[in-house]
Design a protein around this ligand. Structure first.
Ligand SMILES: NC(=O)C1=CN([C@@H]2O[C@H](COP(=O)(O)OP(=O)(O)OC[C@H]3O[C@@H](n4cnc5c(N)ncnc54)[C@H](O)[C@@H]3O)[C@@H](O)[C@H]2O)C=CC1
Length: 305
């Protein structure tokens, strides 16, 4: 099976490349800039036609949640018009599209984990463009599977785990918000879920599914666990100082509760991501080995002669 995936360097794309390398029946072809530029949707068609895929995974997106509050047009072009162009080529080829979306399509005001039937009501430009992207994809390709996920991290690219470890290598105390809850999700697990959907006998299902790490935590709880694991494995760690969102302003206001219920995905595809804590361990170990192989916590403090 030949799978075209949009993007070449993102967390999900890189995780997919890694996972597919261990699956001899799958040929994964990343397609990205300059050949396929979602900001220039006319470039999309030929780039995907050239691959002649059996299925398309739409993983590339404009993911700069704060920056796009001031760059709405760019986010709209990439996450809506660009995503629709990808889905349209897949429809032309009569192949399904697996399109990635986000828990930020929800307001975050409800106290329970959101399921696929809950009303989407984004509060950020990013969330709005992801919701419009979902609808655009669904409207142009009837063979669509939309996977909403949350709080992605991996050994690659920009993510919360890498940021925490980088800061901890420099500082002993870190302020992290304690009143925003979600499901940390390893992109390595998500890649497994995507490949499962792509190869599953029931892949002819269409619609929206939630896929995320099992269990919930706050950003401060997530940070504390990252440091616990890192400390155990000789990596950087820091003391976590809990702060309220009101005292930690960001350009885009994050949802208080962005937890997703993943029961539907489990029911249809028979798969649930591991408990979030267990997926953090291998990722932290990989980051330590790659970025902090000789880290010595004592070296951070001034020592008396
Ligand atoms: N990072 C997260 O915490 C979450 C991400 N998602 C969604 O999951 C998907 C994958 O996310 P990540 O891998 O974390 O994103 P990422 O930011 O690590 O990678 C984004 C990818 O999109 C590509 N890209 C950006 N602009 C492009 C353009 N104009 N043309 C072609 N390619 C372009 C980049 O080169 C990169 O390969 C996205 O759809 C994102 O919206 C959903 C929930 C949470």
């Amino acid at each position: 099976m030949k799978i075209a995936v949009t993007g070449t360097s993102g967390q999900v794309v890189t995780s997919l490349v890694e996972a597919a390398a261990a699956m001899p029946d799958i040929q994964l072809v990343p397609v990205g800039r300059p050949d396929l530029d979602l900001a220039n949707p006319t470039s999309v068609r030929q780039a995907i036609l050239d691959v002649k895929p059996d299925i398309v995974v739409s993983a590339a997106a404009c993911t700069m949640v704060d920056r796009v509050e001031d760059e709405r047009n760019l986010a709209y072009t990439i996450n809506v018009v660009g995503a629709a162009a990808v889905a349209e080529v897949a429809a032309t080829l009569h192949v399904p599209i697996i399109h990635l979306s986000s828990n930020y399509v929800f307001s975050g005001d409800e106290p329970y984990p959101y399921d696929e039937e809950d009303e989407a009501e984004p509060k950020t430009v990013y969330g709005y463009t992801k919701l419009r992207g979902e609808r655009a994809v669904a409207s142009v390709n009837p063979r669509h599977i939309i996977l909403r996920t949350s709080g992605l991290y991996s050994p690659f690219g920009h993510n919360f785990v890498r940021t925490m470890l980088r800061i901890a290598a420099e500082r002993q105390r870190i302020a992290v918000v304690s009143d925003q809850w979600g499901n940390p999700t390893s992109a390595l697990d998500l890649a497994d879920a995507i490949l499962l959907v792509a190869t599953h006998p029931t892949r002819h299902h269409t619609g929206i599914f939630h896929v995320a790490g099992t269990g919930e935590t706050s950003w401060s709880g997530f940070a504390r666990y990252i440091f616990e694991v890192s400390r155990t494995h000789g990596g950087p760690f820091a003391e976590v100082q809990e702060v309220a969102s009101a005292d930690y302003r960001t350009r885009a206001k994050r949802p208080s509760n962005s937890c997703l219920s993943t029961d539907k995905f489990d029911r249809i595809f028979g798969w649930r991501a591991p408990i979030w804590q267990s997926s953090v361990v291998p990722v932290v170990r990989r980051i330590i080995n790659a970025d902090y192989p000789r880290f010595r916590p004592k070296a951070r403090g001034k020592r008396k002669a």
